[in-house]
Write a protein that binds this ligand. Structure first.
Ligand code: NAG
Ligand code: NAG
Ligand code: NAG
Ligand code: NAG
Length: 437
């Protein structure tokens, strides 16, 4: 029989052995007796904007350097299946060799509208001494022997020197899908953006109509429009609506929330402001000639604000300005809406939720939704209506309003002298104009 004192001693010994074993097993992998042979990297870099993550149901989109949150260096943006969230590890390509892995924090965005897939940020650290160029995620702490990794380039690495482009305003237009072919409104809107001082328009393209395709190609060749191909329908059944219970499908509006976030990060190191609005919306200053003078003044008044909320105002497309002044015959063969003909503005129904769109400083935003930011640094500010609002020509929202109940608003006409020749030039080059014009 063992004496009680002996039993106590053995127990203590056992605990000590366990603790020591625990510490040894948790030491950095470089102490492991059988290190995995470092792989030369990156052998295979993703060339797609959507990359399936091996051994999971998730999709990766982009990886960015982001050191704004303490304890992290990297933010990957992805579309994750909410029912299959699992532990993941960042795996790095350091200039030309692979490093050990680092733990991740997986942050699902709060806006999922009931859909199975949600925009997700994966945060992690870069290992010491690693000059990280590419990153991927693993489901284990080690790469599997022989498995091929698909690497994502790490973007927004600060390069010394100033070769980088600096822009004031980037418009992030989320997704183009279906056979949207609204050429005239598109051309007018893009030229309006240009007159207002926008430097770049980023558009995520799943699909579009044939004429709009031609127009977009021409804008993208010239460099004003940046097209990101967005073949989300190859990976899931994206919804055409905003709420799962009503529309079904795998993700909200063709992944709009993911593309808006991706666009903010894409623009973070190169654009002072980002405008988050749809392609049929124009964020319009009513007291300034352009966005630069608007934002210079707003920012001076509100130095700590990084998110400016702009109210959306609908100009119903079935009410036409009666004189027909801008009903130009040369545009009659161009598919789409002529925004200059629609000058009647609805007052929003203030009894119900009224959506805003936003001008943000990308460096002050962490996560965004469509009508509000979800996580941000600094403050936000609702811009007064007489200073700035959104001109949005579309089907009426308040269908019961009579013409007399609408406001006449000809703000767009203030730009017609330049706008019309600019639009003509683009349409002419592509052969859209009627000869009679
Ligand atoms: C990886 O697998 C190959 C063959 O499958 C083997 O020759 C090699 O030694 C393995 N390497 C490690 C580090 O296990
Ligand atoms: C890191 O790698 C990049 C690309 O390979 C290289 O241009 C850069 O000089 C490296 N930086 C350091 C500090 O080694
Ligand atoms: C990795 O880079 C180092 C330093 O630039 C170089 O000496 C080495 O040969 C490279 N290794 C491979 C496998 O390319
Ligand atoms: C948009 O995507 C569709 C489908 O892949 C493609 O046919 C079309 O050419 C693309 N348009 C542009 C301007 O990239």
């Amino acid at each position: 029989m063992l004496k009680p004192i002996r039993i106590k001693f053995l127990c203590l010994l056992f605990i000590i052995i366990c603790v020591v074993a625990f510490f040894i097993s948790n030491r950095s992998p470089s102490f492991n007796p059988r290190p995995v042979v470092p792989e030369v990297c990156p052998r295979s870099v993703s060339k797609q904007s959507i990359t399936p993550l091996k051994n999971t149901k998730h999709l990766l989109v982009s990886a960015f350097m982001d050191q704004r949150v303490q304890g992290f260096d990297i933010r990957l943006i992805g579309m994750f299946r909410r029912d299959s969230i699992q532990e993941l590890h960042c795996f790095f390509c350091c200039a030309n060799y692979t490093s050990e892995t680092t733990p991740t924090k997986v942050l699902q965005h709060s806006d999922n509208f009931g859909f199975p897939f949600v925009t997700t940020d994966i945060m992690c650290r870069i290992p010491k001494k690693c000059n990280a160029t590419h990153v991927t995620l693993l489901t284990q702490t080690r790469p599997m022997n022989g498995s091929e990794n698909i690497w994502l380039p790490i973007r927004n690495k600060k390069t010394n020197g100033g070769a980088e482009e600096r822009m004031d305003f980037t418009v992030c237009v989320s997704n183009l899908f279906g056979d949207y072919n609204n050429v005239l409104q598109f051309a007018q809107t893009l030229e309006m953006y240009r007159l207002l001082g926008v430097n770049r328009v980023v558009i995520y393209n799943t699909s579009c109509g044939p004429d709009l395709d031609r127009l977009l190609r021409s804008y993208s060749q010239e460099g004003f429009v940046e097209i990101v191909s967005w073949p989300i329908d190859k990976y899931m059944n994206p919804s055409r609506g905003w709420r799962f219970s009503e529309f079904g499908g795998d993700i909200h509006y063709f992944g709009q929330l993911t593309t808006l976030n991706e666009c903010i990060y894409r623009s973070m190191e190169r654009s002072r402001y980002v405008l988050l609005n749809d392609i049929d919306e124009i964020i319009m200053p009513y007291q300034h000639d352009n966005l630069k003078s608007l934002m210079d003044e707003l920012q001076k008044q509100h130095p700590n604000v990084g998110v400016f909320l702009i109210e959306n105002h609908i100009f119903p497309k079935h009410h036409f300005e009666p004189s027909g002044r801008f009903h130009l015959p040369k545009w009659s063969g161009v598919p789409g809406i002529n925004i200059l003909e629609h000058v009647y503005r609805e007052d929003p129904d203030r009894k119900i939720y009224h959506p805003y769109k936003m001008i943000v400083q990308p460096r002050m935003v962490e996560q965004t939704s469509v009508h509000e930011v979800l996580q941000f640094f600094g403050q936000q500010y609702k811009v007064p209506l007489d200073v700035c609002r959104i001109v949005h020509v579309r089907v009426a929202l308040r269908k019961l309003l009579k013409l007399e109940e609408l406001n006449v608003d000809k703000r767009l006409w203030d730009f017609q002298e330049k706008l019309i020749p600019h639009v003509d030039k683009v349409l002419e080059n592509l052969g859209f104009l009627n000869d009679s014009g």
